[in-house]
Design a protein around this ligand. Structure first.
Ligand code: C2O
Ligand code: CU
Length: 665
């Protein structure tokens, strides 16, 4: 790891002068998108971060070169987002802080493959405030975030609109997304996982050393900590008082006067600051007063070398140079006394308490919750819809963490390290848990339930999250029904065992079966395969992969009429009908609730296909589906029937074999 050969200005004295090598750069205001339909395109890009640089490969949304446009949503509106993945790798886009159904949430289960567009729709339910969006693909969040993918969301509502607050974007209402990067000698971002949790150069909206001219009046700053791991102690260079007006989830009741506040990874704050005294020709700096933090403060570690050091560690540094400008015509003249009246859930309403313990076996080993690393197919908690719960996050290991939970906004009720800070009294979705401390919050889990789609909770430090400090919970209507076995969408690869099984069954006599379809009609192999070849498709009803394979099999059935495709599903007629309604097969479905057909054929996973020749011999067994396999299957079928029909080319089938989920034992 080498460092950019520029003069660093990590300062702890009062001298914040730029060097000739590091001139100020103009502030960047991300483009604003308003409306009800939002088109986002996440793509690779390049950005020149300093004069003379060769440029750095980046990722961004909508040609922002780094980061993304600011989206403006209106509370109550029904919106649609079309998120195109123009990267060469899978990704997701998560709407951080929004209260929406899990399937729209953009967590690790809502994968978008390269070239594909994901279009979630939802009603905006959150209060006016500052939220954000960013990739959330399991194990690649840090990489994609480091490359620059993310953006801010501003929600507006009637309550906020009534107040006399600065809200002219880019004039007196300024978005500030803070993050830092380390560069290699070839000007690329250094990305070595945990080694690069701390950047050496601060970027504000993707700009190094920014300066802005702001009017001499009350100005609103919307600040997001978009770091991988670093925390910020926010303040101004002249120690002036500023006023917090909103936390993660929107307005606080009354402005909170502050000189310093912690803003940890994932957290947002909105502040008002009066710049009336910063006349043209004068300036004041927004600062990170990060020196002399206790051990465990992210970015407090001494030294400049990886894995734990960095040039911005344990020093005070400038975030933004603010030059005094002229007052605008519609300047906000004073600070409102009251902002809103939040109604928080009450401790007396708590029906269930849970605690999460952050664990790690040894220093250097990945952090997990309760001795477990994140697993895509494990549900860690099940919450009943409508319940108020109290969650306590305990951290007795090594280092501070930034805990975030999806779906809800919560109220922090206690901290083991002292009183709840004045600047965290409002709605929150992210909180800081210092080393050796614990924090409790209460929340009501309302509106959105699903037995199959989970919400995440995790440390928002992307290196910790990717490393396994993440869990998931379902919100369900009825705990007694039992949660449907959770089947995440993930690529199961064909194991040696499965491939061996496929070879061994080929050529055998097909086991016969007698059963019925979802409408109670009799189905048996002998009659099906009398004259036509049969494709048996084994379906695990909860496995998303089988839904996608169905699209391909529909095409096969439509093109090659002389084949009979039969789906064999592991459920009764209720399960089968629900599956058929969701999946729309153009073939019949055989009920196999006791898994008898599945075991007679030895199928170990869903999306296993068995081609039975007319008369009843297994021509070939395929484990999983993919383009090559489907073309092979189709040409074998065509071979039997002498069909002249064109074999579909299955262009949109996966290139690699996708093996479905294993059948329940
Ligand atoms: Cu900002 Cu789970 O996310
Ligand atoms: Cu962490």
């Amino acid at each position: 790891m080498k460092c950019l050969p520029l003069v660093l200005f990590a300062v702890s004295s009062g001298a914040f002068a730029q060097t000739p090598e590091r001139p100020f750069q103009p502030f960047h205001l991300p483009q604003l998108i308003e409306g009800k339909t939002f088109n986002l395109d996440l793509h690779p890009d390049r950005k020149v971060f300093w004069k003379g640089s060769k440029g750095t490969p980046t990722m961004c949304y909508n040609r922002e070169s780094f980061w993304g446009p600011t989206l403006v949503f209106k509370k109550g509106e029904f919106i649609r987002l079309n998120v195109k993945n123009s990267l060469k790798e899978p990704t997701t886009t998560h709407w951080h802080g929004l209260h929406i159904p899990a399937i729209m949430d953009g967590g690790p289960h809502q994968m978008v493959d390269p070239g594909k567009t994901w279009s979630p729709t939802f009603r905006v339910a959150n209060n006016a405030g500052t939220y954000w969006y960013h990739p959330h693909a399991h194990e690649s969040t840090q990489n994609q975030l480091t490359s620059g993918a993310g953006g801010l969301i501003i929600i507006r509502d009637d309550q906020e609109a009534k107040l006399k607050l600065p809200r002219t974007y880019g004039v007196d209402d300024i978005p500030l997304s803070l993050t830092s990067r380390r560069f290699k000698l070839d000007d690329k971002f250094s990305f070595e996982g945990d080694n690069d949790k701390y950047g050496d150069y601060l970027l504000v909206n993707g700009v190094m050393d920014p300066q802005i001219t702001l009017p001499g009046q009350w100005v609103r700053l919307r600040i997001l900590n978009a770091e991988v791991e670093r925390g910020y102690i926010l303040g101004f260079s002249d120690n002036r008082t500023y006023y917090q007006i909103a936390t993660d989830g929107g307005l606080v009741d009354r402005p909170v006067p502050l000189k310093r506040m912690k803003l940890m990874v994932g957290e947002r704050t909105e502040i008002l600051v009066n710049l009336a005294d910063v006349r043209p020709g004068k300036h004041v700096d927004l600062m990170a007063f990060n020196s002399n933090q206790p051990f465990g403060f992210p970015g407090g570690e001494l030294g400049t070398a990886p894995p734990n050091g960095g040039y911005l560690n344990n020093v005070d540094f400038r975030i933004l140079r603010i030059n005094g400008g002229k007052k605008t015509a519609k300047a906000v003249a004073s600070l409102p006394k009251e902002l809103t009246r939040n109604v928080f859930p009450k401790l007396s309403a708590v029906m269930k308490e849970r605690s999460l313990l952050i664990t790690a076996d040894n220093p250097g080993e990945p952090f997990g919750f309760d001795e477990k690393l994140f697993a895509m197919d494990r549900v860690d908690h099940v919450v009943r819809l409508g319940d108020t719960e109290k969650w306590t996050v305990k951290n007795n290991r090594i280092f501070g963490h930034s805990f975030h939970i999806h779906d809800i906004q919560f109220k922090i009720v206690s901290r083991s390290d002292g009183p709840v800070e004045p600047y965290e009294q409002g709605w929150k979705d992210t909180l800081y848990v210092p080393r050796d401390e614990s924090v409790s919050f209460i929340a009501r889990f309302d509106d959105f339930a699903s037995n199959t789609d989970a919400f995440m909770y995790h440390c928002h430090m992307a290196n910790h999250e990717d490393g396994g400090l993440m869990g998931q919970f379902l919100v369900v209507k009825d705990l007694t029904v039992g949660t449907t076995k959770f089947r995440p969408k993930m690529k199961h690869t064909a194991s040696d065992e499965l491939l061996r099984f496929a070879r061994e069954t080929t050529g055998r006599a097909a086991p016969t079966f007698d059963g019925q379809d979802a409408d109670g009609r009799a189905v048996n192999l002998a009659s099906l395969a009398k004259t036509k070849p049969v494709v048996l498709f084994f379906i695990e009803s909860q496995c998303p992969c089988t839904k996608e394979a169905t699209v391909m099999l529909n095409r096969l059935q439509a093109r090659l009429r002389d084949v009979r495709v039969v789906g064999v599903i592991n459920g009764n007629s209720v399960v089968a009908k629900a599956w058929m309604k969701a999946t729309k097969p153009k073939f019949s479905v055989l009920l196999d609730p006791g898994l008898q057909v599945v075991s007679a054929y030895g199928a170990k996973a869903a999306a296993t296909f068995t081609l039975v020749a007319p008369g009843g011999r297994i021509t070939k067994t395929y484990v999983g589906y993919g383009r090559e396999m489907l073309v092979d299957l189709a040409s074998r079928v065509a071979g039997f029937t002498g069909s002249k029909a064109k074999i579909p080319n299955f262009a949109d089938a996966p290139k690699e074999l996708v093996v479905g989920c294993p059948f329940p034992k």
